[in-house]
Design a protein around this ligand. Structure first.
Ligand SMILES: NC(=O)c1ccc[n+]([C@@H]2O[C@H](COP(=O)([O-])OP(=O)(O)OC[C@H]3O[C@@H](n4cnc5c(N)ncnc54)[C@H](O)[C@@H]3O)[C@@H](O)[C@H]2O)c1
Length: 438
């Protein structure tokens, strides 16, 4: 199959490289000429484990190319995937569909033969129909079908998620489009991946329902963590105790500073907006949004309370800035709430993140970036763990204690063992864990 990917960001680039790995001929398009230049030079514009090798292998095999010329790339394609951004629209929380619709119009002008135009971007219900309308209006003679193929990959594990998905959801409404989509995903038949064929609206709703459910799980365990802190229970044991129930499942039951990233915050907002418009308000999701926003704000206060009510004049060492480990993505990261609030309370911030410091530098002001995790601890009055990078788990608490001015740790990801930390002489607080007995 000849596949064109419009948008070469996290989703477009990973999907494009994986489809090329399946054996298809893939052209990845982006408006950003700098991004395309870097990709052609074999440089990755994002950090995603394994992506550089996958792109290099498939480029070398001649199956994966990059261009800024959308028209040329669309003309010969069997399927064109729209993988552009759908950020939150300013003011009302709806998904901003400007990029999707302008891509649809550009595609329409370039279609030559029968083409399946697939939305891979996360888009509110009704977008697929609107894409079809735009294409028909722009080029009435265009032979095409639209399809919806939402993407469920996670940053940090994107390639594995794409190559071995739990399922593939495809909204199509013609046999011809279904055949094209089945052929594209045929390599996944070997590992018996469930293919869920639906109508277009169902596929669109499925993506939002999935993300909203996962976001709900996170907010749920975060509130349970608050309860555990008050009553001397341990949220990890609670999560294990409930997660082993197959009806509940163990995933997404890790307490922390609130969810962030490029998907859950904007997708929950967009679902709430769409649902209100459809007169079917999603009050649970609306509550999740509120709980999560409040939680991100509360985390700085947790640090301040831990420091006996003031961080003024203190050096706060911050471990991790990205919204989760294994990505350089800073979109809606809890650090963007926590760090400025601590600064406003008079703290000096020294931070380290293995991959996120370039992005963080654009969004956070007046931080000193350290070269290593240990450098963050030097003369710090308190250490705050915001992101659960694997390398932080291996840090030697004894060395940290020696380097710090005051051995105090607020661990918003529970990467350290509270017993061990307290035994070594740290004042330590995690999330949802019993406080030290006095
Ligand atoms: N990031 C994730 O983990 C993830 C997971 C699942 C779904 N999604 C969804 O996938 C979509 C894309 O997300 P992303 O994180 O890859 O975004 P991104 O911002 O990383 O990438 C989007 C890219 O599209 C390009 N672009 C915009 N308009 C274009 C046009 N007309 N022609 C060519 N290129 C164009 C931009 O320059 C940018 O490089 C969103 O709807 C998102 O919600 C993201």
């Amino acid at each position: 199959m000849r596949i064109t990917m419009i948008g070469s960001g996290y989703v477009g680039l990973v999907s494009g490289a994986c489809f090329a790995h399946f054996g298809h001929d893939v052209v990845c398009v982006d408006k950003d000429a700098g991004k395309i230049d870097r990709l052609r030079a074999g440089e990755m514009p994002i950090f995603e484990p394994g992506l550089d090798t996958l792109v290099a292998e498939n480029s070398k095999a001649g199956r994966l190319t990059f261009t800024t010329n959308l028209a040329d790339a669309v003309g010969e394609a069997d399927a064109v995937f729209i993988a552009v951004g759908t950020p939150t629209r300013r003011g009302d929380g709806h998904a901003d569909l400007t990029y999707v619709y302008s891509a649809a119009a550009e595609i329409a002008r370039a279609i030559r033969n029968y083409t399946v135009v697939v939305t891979k971007s996360t888009v509110p219900v009704g977008t697929g129909r609107e894409v079809a309308r735009i294409i028909s209006e722009t080029q009435p003679a265009a032979a095409f079908d639209v399809a919806s193929n939402p993407e469920f990959l996670r940053e940090g594990a994107a390639i594995e998620d794409f190559m071995k998905p739990d399922r593939v959801v495809i909204g199509v409404e013609s046999e011809r489009a279904r055949d094209v989509m089945s052929t594209i995903y045929r390599p996944l038949n070997l590992i018996q991946t469930p293919m869920v064929f639906t109508n277009i609206e169902t596929a669109e709703v499925t993506k939002y329902a999935g993300n909203a459910f996962l976001a709900t799980k996170i907010s749920f365990i975060n509130e349970i963590a608050d309860l555990c802190e008050r009553v001397g229970a341990d949220v990890h044991d609670v999560a294990r105790g409930i997660g082993l129930d197959g009806r509940i499942g163990r995933k997404f039951l890790h307490p922390g500073p609130g969810f962030g990233g490029s998907c859950f915050p904007k997708d929950t907002l967009a679902l709430a907006y769409t649902a209100r418009e459809a007169n079917a308000p999603q009050t649970i999701v609306e509550q999740v949004i509120e709980v999560n926003n409040a939680r991100k704000k509360k985390m700085a206060q947790k640090v301040i309370d831990f420091c006996d009510g003031s961080v003024s004049g203190l050096t706060v060492g911050v471990l991790g800035l990205t919204f989760k480990a294994d990505t350089d993505d800073m979109r809606d990261a809890p650090a963007l709430d926590i760090v400025p609030a601590l600064q406003a309370a008079g703290a000096k911030i020294v931070a380290f993140d293995p991959e996120g410091m370039d992005e963080a530098g654009k969004l956070l002001k007046d931080i000193t970036f350290a070269k290593t995790a240990y450098d963050v601890t030097a003369n710090a009055d308190v250490l705050v763990v915001i992101t659960e990078w694997h390398e932080f788990r291996g840090l030697d608490p004894r060395r940290i204690k020696q380097a710090m001015r005051h051995p105090r740790v607020v661990d918003l990801r529970n990467i350290f063992d509270p017993e061990e930390m307290r035994h070594l002489g740290f004042t330590y607080e995690g999330v949802g864990r019993p406080k030290a007995r006095s």
